[in-house]
Design a protein around this ligand. Sequence first.
Ligand code: CA
Length: 620
Amino acid sequence: MKNLFFLILFILGSTLFAQKIDRIEPAYWWVGMENTQLELLIYGKDIAQFTPSVDNKNIQISAVKKTGNNNYLFLNLDLSKAVSGKFNINFSKKGKRNNFSVAYELKERNQNSKMREGFNSSDVIYLITPDRFANADVTNDIVKTMNEKTVDRKNDYGRHGGDIKGMTNHLDYIHEMGFTAIWPTPVLTNDMKNASYHGYAMTDFYQVDPRFGTMEDYSELAKSAKNKGIKLIMDQVANHIGLEHWWMKDLPANDWVNYQDEFLKNNMVVTNHRRTTNQDAYASVKDRNLMSEGWFVSSMPDLNQRNPLLATYLIQNSIWWIETLDLGGIRQDTYPYPNKQFMSDWAGAIMKEYPNFSIVGEEWSVNPLLVGYWQQGLKNKDGYVSNLSSTMDFPMQKAIVDALNETESWDKGFVKMYEGLANDFSYANPSNIMIFPDNHDMDRIFTQLKENVVNTKMALGYLLALPRIPQLYYGTEILMQNSAKPGDHGLIRTDFPGGWKDDKSNAFKGEGLTSDQAEMQSFLKKVLNYRKNSEAIHSGKTIHFAPENGVYMLFRIKNDEIVTVILNKNEKPILLNLNRFEEVGLKGKQVVNMITDDTFIFENNLEIGSKGVLLLTTKK
Ligand code: CA
């Protein structure tokens, strides 16, 4: 922001030609990057008629690219010998009267920036819809210069006023609950006419939406989170933009968005959403192209990442945010929708800069073959090389819900979880896959499980012990539900109680909760805080036993730590014969109940009083 300020000052200073440059993106960059090439998008009236030069002998202009639109100029700089500091980019035209300069800054990188660690199976991620979490600053609720000017908490699809500061203010709560990472849905500017709260229709890739706060607020969130040991994951969208994006008012090139000619005739061509065309050896070219080039919805133009200028723009934008905010990960929206070679290049470029970083991509499919295809390390038959560290476990999510909703039989109930997990043999790296009970686009888990508290606990207890990276959606800890309107996105993203000044209950403080809510919150707090230091869960060996008589058992083992998950559907007390589990090596050892702290010796039998989940450990 400071740099932008100086840039504006500088431009104002050269009053005569103040109108020449509206944007330079990225606004600043760094020295010491792995890739020493930088491409600047320069936007200003007739800027392409100027010849750029730089006044620094350590920086070479390697290319100047024009697009056919006179208002854009792309400037490639070779920074391999550059040192940090400011330099001028000079723009000249025949007749010196028109000449002008702008300052550009190259910064030093943060220490250890390159080797930063992303999220992994030692983390549990808290997914937040910022507009619906906490409103810390009511003065930013309405911004008069923006298209959507209202705040209405009664409207599920309107803005409710939550903001970045609201998240920062509640980091202590998130930390104490035991979460180690946060994934807020996008907070960049979405200057759309309605439903702008969700954030996935960006209209500026370099600006924080003023209704969520400022760049300083975002940096403060990143810094405060890091100080508490919480990784910040940024939700990014490479596939599409919002129709109100500034590019759409003055398209940079004739192939900047897909179906651009049709758009100019006011005919928006929408994708067929047939995501299997990415893998299907029999898919028609027509279906495949419509899948990746059609617009996600008619208000979200589909970016043409085959345009190399746009491809570089998107890659640099991601790196700019990692470096600027010191990010601990990226979540990439709608992963199968953009050009897939571009996605491989994009993830590859990021991983080259940050070899220990993490990116999770969203492929919404319950087919493990599709989920596995996108994860780095799999030898795909079609030769596609993905550089994506993590994918999302929609197959296992469904298996868990089905297993708990069904009555036990040979092929129903727990066997769905058991066989779902067995599919791990097909993944390149199962423990790097993200598991979740629900997310911002799905019915709340409590609703999916028909508001059965015991089943919800079973689902959560189980998935938190899996060889995975768990993600929980805000409010799961207090059994938030959307049962009145299943499938309703606005209701799924209900306000978190206590996030607004006059809320009757305050879940941050545990005030005004029902006993079920309070119990779930305390249950999760215990499990999450145990998990935080559990090497058995982070990286231990996994053994599970075929479900029998309504009981399914899973073990995680590392050194002397053995974590046992017992899922039991029997309503009446049962005596469980433990001899079957001998190979786990628990016999004769003392185990402690993670929730109640009760201890007992793991011998021949265990009496289980009621339906539910038991989480046991040898170490506490
Ligand atoms: Ca606000």
